[in-house]
Design a protein around this ligand. Structure first.
Ligand code: MLT
Length: 314
């Protein structure tokens, strides 16, 4: 009997084709399923491959009696109940590298949008106006970017920040000095030291107990007046309530958010009404290139895991 693989969340075709090409795998491709329907079906599958929209909860994993592997076409595994997967011996395989460039490029897209008031400029032109005088912006050149997390994405942000002539500082207690030197990044000894120095703070860490609320009320107050905050990593690393208050008081001049504690962001969320904020709907990894990369990486890894016999089969 072939191994059955459920593919969901619009995983790119090039990745799914790798699974379909294997005679020992039988693949069902479905759109993101409502929770109840997924719970009903999961018992039939040896593997599931998806993106962040499908929550691989403890309940789902316990229902999934045949499941041997979860493939995550993307980097974050915060949508997977990792402790339960470990307990049940279910392998979780992510694709950590494929969307790095997409996110790093978008960081500068949203920052420039923010400091050059692009949404307002576009809206004013559509409305038939010519608002040049009210659209005076600022430049990145000479400003200090403070990168929290100098992993894959943080490092690519650093490289691009250099190209814009920025001073590049970062805080990451898990990265060796040599890497800071190679990337020509000034090492901030503490998060507070980074906040003291930065005009723009951008977070690039996973969401963990340690990073939840990492940039909260105290940290935002520490930022110099007129600072800018960007979160294209995971909702909750920057405390939304504290950020809203800091924006309303004017202490923080602007923010760019691509990720939220609850996604999709509620239509009536207070965040949507904040001034000087660029909001995007978790599109950091949404480029054709990135989606192809992560789908191919995740699907190839799931295929190899299923066919290697290492996962066993009951
Ligand atoms: C990722 O974790 O790879 C990105 O945030 C994209 C996603 O969650 O789909």
């Amino acid at each position: 009997m072939p191994f059955r693989v459920l593919v969901t969340d619009d995983v790119d075709r090039d990745g799914v084709a790798l699974l379909e090409a294997e005679p020992q795998l039988s693949v069902d491709e479905v759109p993101t399923l409502p929770k109840e329907e997924l719970l009903e079906r999961i018992g039939d599958y040896d593997a599931i491959v998806g993106r962040s929209a499908t929550k691989i909860s403890a309940e789902l994993l316990r229902r999934a009696k045949r499941l041997r592997v979860v493939g995550r076409a993307g980097v974050g595994v915060d949508n997977v109940a990792m402790d339960v997967a470990t307990e049940l011996g279910i392998a979780v395989i992510n694709a950590p590298a494929g969307n790095t460039i997409a996110v790093a490029e978008l960081v500068f897209g949203v920052l420039i949008s923010l400091i050059r008031h692009l949404p307002r400029a576009v809206e004013s032109m559509r409305a038939g106006r010519w608002d040049r005088s009210s659209l005076l912006g600022t430049e990145l050149l000479g400003k200090t970017i403070g990168i929290v997390g100098l992993g894959r994405i943080g490092s690519e942000v650093a490289a691009r920040a250099h190209a814009f002539g920025m001073q590049v500082h970062a805080f990451d207690p898990y990265v060796a000095d040599a890497r800071f030197t190679t990337l020509r990044v000034h090492r901030a000894a503490t998060l507070d030291a980074l906040l003291d120095e930065a005009d723009i703070v951008t977070v690039h860490t996973p969401l963990t107990d340690e990073t939840t609320g990492l940039i909260g009320r105290r940290e935002l107050a520490r930022l110099r007046p007129g600072g800018i905050v960007a979160n294209l990593a995971r909702g909750g690393i920057v405390d939304d309530g504290a950020l809203a208050a800091a924006l309303e008081s004017g202490h923080v001049k602007g923010a760019a958010l691509d990720v939220y504690v609850a996604e999709p962001l509620a239509a009536d969320s207070a965040l949507r009404k904040l001034p000087n904020v660029i909001l995007t709907p978790h599109i950091g990894a949404s480029t054709a290139e990135a989606q192809r990369n992560v789908a191919v990486d995740a699907c190839a890894a799931v295929r190899d895991a299923l066919l290697s016999n290492e996962l066993g089969r009951s």
